[in-house]
Design a protein. Structure first.
Length: 618
């Protein structure tokens, strides 16, 4: 929709616009219902105390009528002058042209934007222009109850807060400019909830023009928002507006938070409601958390899930433990999203909104803005995916989902892929070993992550059968096998697993003349633990061949490992003899003296065998 070049004059407000008219300079005492507490004193005055009783009585009054759901929409910004939106469930995309100086905000059924010293409101479902007014500053957030839109903005000076309540016909109902920092507001049935100074929430009744309740929360609060028919306050921790609010000052209200789980680049769920965002993409857009707090019952989150995005990867996590439940690999960067009951709606840079199951991460459907987006804002409440997507395909195993994400190629993929490799390494699923082997052998991870993938494989202690299958592979040009198995990490994993059945396969790589010395060393280290009596002759052969190696540090260590294996298996005589033999490499002898200290000095009457002679089994 194109904004008309000639606009009607903005009607005069129904109430005078003064420096502080939204909250009176002196709040008048107001009793709610039958008796109860009262809030008295100056607006935004932290010295005024309230135990939350007035808020609870207000909650009883407002709970008579259910809170209607907010609009389920996605809105994208393109360049610095174009907005596009689309309803999530059904409907065609809409376009609205207007300069934008800061990111638009969603509140209820309204999109609020700001640019060129003008604020405007659009119907979120259709993009229809509802009102405009002259205004400066950048938007912090908005709330809407179907009748009035309440907008919070940061002043041009960057200090304090501005709040304006605007009716559907464009009339300014109330306005405030105050030195207090006012966060993102919400409005329910004509009552505005204003978080301020990071600690307080004041309730202001538009019908009487007074602050009617106030509460001080134990946790930081810069946002008020409606979801699932309930009202919430908070930022990192969320408190529900219910009959336990009187316990808020003591930190015992209905409060919940996402589990503390280190994730790449520290994604956040709700940023500070005091911040303003530009219309251009920010790194934090790609790295976010999404969750839907429960509207009723015990505190917690819908489906006991929350989602995290990092570039083209989305993850579903258990909202109690923080453990990963599913991983979704995407073909474009995620820029925004929202949680709804049973799922997540995630908007990407191509302008596609993808609906994912909270339980399994299965794709439930899509809709589209119709064009790529620079930024994307999503709001979901009563949304349900299309009926045709009600029976998605069965979810693939988590290890395979992670493998898909590890094969993505895009800028800044390394942090999330390192994280997912660590998840595979720690997985109790034995087949995670098979997945890691496939990733390493196939060389499908980014080049700089290849050592990380090998280290993850080396740390495994389960899935021994897959280790043996990989160790059984060997380079054979004539047979067309052109890649060697990753012997070093496979050997480490076999040793961790204590898999003695791997010993004959490791021995073959130990004696392979074309094997790199670093692989030989790791195979020898594993054999020091896993070799049995059947491997003794071959171990003696290797020991005799390389005990005189003068320079290669890896081979020196390999010989020492084999010496330990022979000693453990009761065949220490060759080790003792080599420790006293002048033909033994000094570097090797230094290692052997720890195993045979009484043979450290060569005997003058000992005949030294040729350096590469095979020492028979005693």
């Amino acid at each position: 929709m194109t904004l008309p070049t000639a606009r009607p004059a903005i009607p005069a407000p129904t109430a005078p616009i003064a420096r502080v008219t939204l909250l009176a300079l002196t709040a008048v005492a107001l009793s709610l219902g039958c008796g109860g507490g009262q809030t008295q004193g100056s607006a935004f005055d932290p010295s005024v105390r309230d135990d939350g009783t007035t808020m609870v009585e207000l909650e009883r009054r407002l709970s008579i009528d259910p809170i209607p759901p907010v609009a389920d929409v996605a809105v994208g910004v393109f360049g610095d002058h174009s907005l596009v939106g689309v309803p999530l469930a059904a409907g065609e995309p809409w376009t609205f042209e207007h300069p934008v100086d800061c990111r638009p905000v969603l509140g209820g059924g309204v999109v609020v934007g700001s640019g060129n010293n003008e604020m405007f409101g659009l119907d979120a479902r259709t993009g229809k222009l509802l009102w405009t007014r002259k205004a400066g500053g950048c938007l912090r957030g908005a709330g809407d109850d179907g009748q009035v839109t309440v907008v919070s903005a940061r002043p041009v000076t960057g200090f304090g807060g501005i709040v304006v309540a605007i009716a559907r016909d464009g009339l300014v109902v109330r306005q405030v400019e105050d030195d207090s920092n006012i966060g993102v507001p919400a409005i329910v049935d004509g009552v505005v909830f204003l978080p301020w100074e990071g600690r307080y929430v004041s309730a202001y009744d538009l019908s009487v023009g007074q602050e009617v309740a106030r509460v001080r929360l134990a946790d930081r609060v810069t946002r008020a928002f409606v979801t699932g028919g309930a009202l919430f306050f908070g930022e990192r921790r969320i408190t529900r507006f219910d009959d336990r609010l009187t316990l808020a000052p003591k930190g015992k209200a209905t409060t919940t938070a996402l589990p503390v789980r280190p994730l790449p680049d520290d994604p956040r769920w709700l940023d500070s409601g005091l911040d303003v965002l530009p219309p251009r993409p920010q790194p934090s857009d790609r790295i976010r958390l999404y969750a839907r707090p429960r509207a009723r019952g015990a505190p917690g989150f819908s489906a006991d899930r929350y989602a995290a995005t990092h570039g083209r990867v989305a993850m579903g996590l258990d909202a109690t433990t923080g453990s990963i439940v599913w991983v979704h690999a995407h073909d474009a960067d995620f820029l925004g999203g929202a949680a709804y009951e049973g799922g997540f709606a995630l908007c990407d840079a191509d302008g596609t909104i993808t609906f994912l199951s909270a339980d399994t991460g299965a794709v439930l459907g899509h809709t589209s803005l119709g064009k790529p987006a620079d930024v994307c804002v999503v709001q979901a409440d009563a949304f349900t995916p299309p009926a045709e997507a009600a029976a998605p395909a069965p979810a693939r195993p988590l290890r395979d989902q992670i493998a898909d994400a590890l094969q993505l190629r895009y800028i800044d993929a390394s942090p999330i892929q390192r994280f997912l490799l660590a998840e595979l390494a720690a997985s109790p699923d034995p087949r995670a070993t098979e997945t890691l082997i496939d990733l390493v052998v196939g060389k499908v991870v980014l080049e700089d992550l290849a050592p990380v993938a090998q280290a993850a494989l080396a740390s495994r202690s389960t899935g021994a059968q897959y280790l043996r299958e990989a160790l059984a592979l060997r380079y054979d040009f004539l047979e067309g096998i052109e890649s060697r198995p990753p012997v070093a990490p496979l050997a480490d994993a076999a040793a961790r697993a204590g898999d003695r059945e791997s010993a004959p396969l490791l021995l073959r790589h130990l004696l392979d003349p074309v094997a790199p010395s670093a692989e030989v060393e790791r195979a020898a280290a594993a054999l020091a633990q896993l070799a049995g009596p059947a491997e003794v002759p071959a171990l003696q052969q290797f020991f005799a061949m390389y005990r005189s190696e003068p320079s290669d540090a890896s081979l020196v260590l390999a010989v020492a490992h084999v010496a330990r294996a022979l000693t453990r298996l009761g065949s220490s005589a060759p080790v003792r003899a080599a420790a006293a033999d002048p033909y033994t490499s000094p570097a090797v002898r230094a290692k052997l003296t720890a195993l045979a200290p009484d043979a450290a000095t060569p005997s003058p009457d000992t005949a030294a065998p040729p350096p590469n002679a095979t020492i028979p089994t005693p």
